[in-house]
Design a binder for this molecule. Structure first.
Ligand code: NAD
Ligand code: DAU
Length: 339
């Protein structure tokens, strides 16, 4: 089995590659990644010499190069993680989100049509459903919840999802889509809430909480997401969407306080800053479908996952310190300098 994994130098894609190489001794993985600011070769250093692995520095929007890879490798499955993934950046500059997230998806699916494929899997997000109110804890996102996006990021992901379903209906492309909640774990880029707060706390820097910190996210340990995708590409029904999430809702402020406590840092580091524009209030996944059809359940409890994550950032300081000492400083100044 040969699998093309796009965006494999990023957070979830790299964790997925590690999971697949560990689980399937005879699978070949081709990682296609443009290496944007979010892609990191040091993440993949440990598998570069593995004969089952090939890395291609290629933009998924580059049709000629993508077709070349398909001609060379005859992939059975494509799993598309490649995306611009940060909501705040999409508010600053939406264009690249539409290019990569929508047009890049189209190029990959055209290649799948041209060269034939057993499965195209689109890694999507629960953000396509918009948000839920805080005062209705009985409401959850199901696969039938209407698409109702808030940010340029989530709109681009929703646009891609609709295109994927259209390629299935119009051209018969064998597709599946997963819509997952917030992931956390090793190799998470330090612009996102959990790794940003860990890095800032370790450096005794202010911890910038948007608005009142009351927004709720449904956190899932990254390995559980990878296992869900593994199940879907092997056993999921073609043309179907699967929500992935583990009923682990937490308010941002509680996460930040917990990180302070675990790192023995004072809560006085917490600084309330201007809210994100169009900030989604609450995400909460109903995972009944993937549980009943594929037997998936999250295996890592948050208490265990957050300890593993914090330990990873403590033991791998070089990985994130290299990131935050570079171009990231300009990003941080722009986003947080006058906030
Ligand atoms: P990330 O930003 O950490 O990684 C994205 C990767 O894609 C990077 O390696 C980057 O170099 C690569 N990339 C970007 N543009 C590219 C292009 N044009 N061509 C080739 N490669 C390109 O993202 P992540 O958090 O790992 O998210 C991966 C996927 O999962 C995304 O599609 C995202 O929408 C989805 N998702 C993320 C979460 C989450 O909590 N992080 C939750 C649900 C779904
Ligand atoms: O739900 C899945 C989505 O989760 C994915 O599709 C996205 O790719 C991923 O980035 C994530 O989106 P969020 O916007 O929920 O994640 P982020 O880590 O950016 O923010 C989480 C919450 O924390 C959100 O309510 C905003 C808040 N926040 C974030 C940052 C970076 C802060 O309060 N302060 C911050 O500095």
């Amino acid at each position: 089995m040969t699998i093309i994994v796009t965006g494999g130098a990023g957070f979830i894609g790299s964790n997925f590659i590690f999971h697949m190489l560990k689980t399937y001794a005879d699978y070949r993985i081709i990682c296609v990644d443009k290496l944007t600011y979010a892609g990191n070769m040091s993440t993949l250093a440990g598998i570069m010499e593995d004969s089952r692995f090939r890395f291609c520095k290629v933009d998924i929007c580059d049709r000629a190069k993508i077709y070349e890879i398909f001609e060379d490798e005859h992939p059975d499955i494509v799993v598309n993680f490649a995306a611009e993934s940060h909501v705040d950046r999409s508010i600053e500059n939406p264009e690249v989100f539409l290019q990569t997230n929508i047009l890049g998806t189209q190029v990959l699916m055209d290649a799948c049509r041209k060269y034939g494929i057993k499965r195209y899997h689109q890694v999507s997000t629960d953000e396509v459903y918009g948000d839920l109110p805080l005062d209705r804890p009985d409401l959850f996102f199901t696969e039938e919840t209407p698409i109702h996006t808030s940010s340029p990021y989530s709109s681009s992901k929703a646009g891609a999802d609709l295109l994927v379903l259209a390629y299935h209906r119009t051209f018969g492309l064998p597709v599946t889509i997963s819509r997952c909640s917030n992931n956390y774990g090793p190799y998470h880029f330090p612009e996102k809430l959990i790794p940003l707060m860990i890095a800032n706390a370790l450096n005794d820097k202010p911890l910038p909480v948007y608005g009142k910190g009351e927004n709720v996210r449904d956190w899932l340990y990254v390995e559980d997401h990878c296992k869900a995708i593994d199940l879907i590409i092997h056993n999921g029904r073609v043309g179907e969407v699967y929500n992935v999430g583990g009923h682990n809702e937490m308010a941002n402020i509680d996460i930040v306080k917990l990180i302070c406590k675990k790192l023995d840092k004072p809560e006085s580091l917490i600084t309330y800053v201007a809210d994100r524009k169009g900030h989604d209030m609450r995400y909460a996944i109903d995972p009944t479908k993937i549980h009943t059809e594929l037997g998936w359940l999250p295996e890592t409890k948050f208490a265990e996952g957050i300890d593993k994550t914090i330990n990873w950032y403590l033991e791998n300081r070089k990985w994130w310190e290299t990131i935050i000492s570079g171009e990231y400083q300009n990003y941080y100044e722009k986003m947080y300098g006058n906030r």
